[in-house]
Design a protein around this ligand. Structure first.
Ligand SMILES: C[S@@+](CC[C@H](N)C(=O)[O-])C[C@H]1O[C@@H](n2cnc3c(N)ncnc32)[C@H](O)[C@@H]1O
Length: 400
């Protein structure tokens, strides 16, 4: 039976469809109100992609966006369930007030401080070295397996307890009740668990949350699941899970991550909502669309610094046939005209490609004529590829 589901879509729409009061534990790490744009390294290919994490309309707009989503999460949570919201200083005060409104102040349980070492060193401020994780319950009947995540006392405290210094600790023993300050290193460049996703959180953090607030067989939901840290840990701890993310890139990464966990097979989970129609693809952000096309063609992304200006990707199949590689340009539009072909031809020449693939939803008459003219003159060989043919898997690279 399939218990685990990955949804690609806006969580506002997906949450509507989930059964009310069916989830035991929710963890979310939503995009922050941070007015900055990340330049990030995607996957193995080391290409830079911009990762938008900013809100034009200010805090009010952000909270107005978050509130209906969290309200739906509240509704799908069981009366015995727990809820964790991960955020940083940018909007934490506002989010806390919003959560008090939804869950009720009485159900606020903790503000967990996740303390880490990474981050900048401001000239005239303290360095910011923590995130906040707000923990709420839906009622006073909630799970708290404190024994599962007891913390080892420091050597200094153990020494004091041993020497009988009064007040060294309220209870004896090597381990103590977990506190609300968690020192866990953030994901570093060399970490084994690193997936290359910009905002990836450490598995150790999720492990504590899942262990303390759920039991085996429970259902864990992450409605902003990114590259699937919650899914990977929930699976390892024998919980069922539901992951939602609006980004097809993220969902593909989760699938890749799950594949690597030997014990989970594709029959154990289902992926719903990855873009499959032209309508879906037209709605994607430009870099998500580009990524979809490059994957569908089994091509590679252009490396930003290689001088492939104007080209979005390339195919290496040509190397096998000693004919030179092919350059790719992706347009998320209809009715491509002659001028686009001419610009593409120049870009191909600059990068020394003999073959070019231009991908779009449709092409105008002028584009087809220009491609034929170039071919007749023995110049660059350009093929116009319709997105429709990629969807239907009708397209094949030349010479394959
Ligand atoms: C801060 S990241 C989460 C990272 C995650 N905790 C991890 O360890 O990989 C926030 C995620 O929310 C997703 N997102 C943004 N808006 C969304 C929406 N409306 N519905 C679902 N996911 C959304 C983004 O695509 C991004 O992957």
């Amino acid at each position: 039976m399939i218990n685990n589901v990955l949804y690609c879509g806006d969580n506002l729409e997906v949450l509507e469809k989930l059964e009310k009061e069916s989830i035991d534990l929710i963890y979310i790490d939503p995009p922050f109100f941070s007015n900055k744009q990340y330049e990030v390294v995607w996957g193995d290919e080391a290409e830079k992609r911009s990762f938008e994490d900013r809100w034009e309309g200010g805090t009010e707009h952000y909270i107005g966006w978050m509130k209906p989503r969290v309200q739906l999460m509240y509704e799908v949570l069981k009366p015995t369930g727990s809820f964790y919201l991960h955020c940083d200083w940018h909007a934490n005060a506002h989010l806390r007030i919003m959560l008090d409104d939804i869950f009720g102040r009485n159900n606020f349980r903790n503000e967990i401080i996740w303390s880490y070492e990474t981050g900048g060193i401001p000239q005239k401020d303290f360095s910011r070295k923590h995130d906040s994780i707000f923990r709420y319950s839906k009622s006073d009947r909630y799970i708290f397996n404190s024994k599962e995540i007891e913390e080892k006392r420091s050597d200094e405290v153990l020494r004091r307890i041993a020497s009988g210094i009064p007040g060294a600790a309220r209870s004896k023993g090597e381990y103590r009740h977990p506190s609300d300050v968690w020192r866990i290193p953030s994901i570093n460049a060399m970490a084994k668990e690193r997936q290359g996703y910009p905002t990836q959180k450490p598995e150790e953090l999720l492990e504590r949350i899942i262990k303390v607030s759920s039991i085996k067989g429970d259902i864990v939901l992450d409605a902003f699941c990114g590259c699937g840290t919650t899914m990977a840990v929930a699976h390892r701890l024998k919980r069922k899970w539901i992951g939602i993310d609006i980004s097809p890139i993220a969902i593909k990464l989760v699938e890749k991550r799950l594949k690597k966990i030997g014990t989970i097979k594709s029959k154990h989970y289902e992926t719903i909502g990855l873009p499959i129609t032209e309508k879906d693809l037209k709605k994607l952000k430009p870099f998500e669309f580009q990524n979809w096309v490059i994957n569908a063609m089994e091509a590679k992304h252009s490396k930003k610094k290689s001088g492939d200006l104007g080209l979005d990707g390339y195919l290496l199949y040509g190397e096998l046939f000693k004919k030179g590689s092919a350059g790719i340009q992706v347009k998320q539009s209809e009715g491509i005209g002659r001028n686009v072909i001419d610009n593409f031809k120049s870009a191909l020449e600059r990068a020394n490609y003999k073959i070019g693939y231009l991908i779009a939803f449709s092409f105008g008459k002028g584009a087809y004529e220009e491609v034929a003219r170039l071919k007749n003159k023995g110049e660059t060989d350009i093929e116009l590829v319709k997105v429709e043919d990629l969807i239907n898997k009708k397209w094949k690279a030349k010479n394959e």
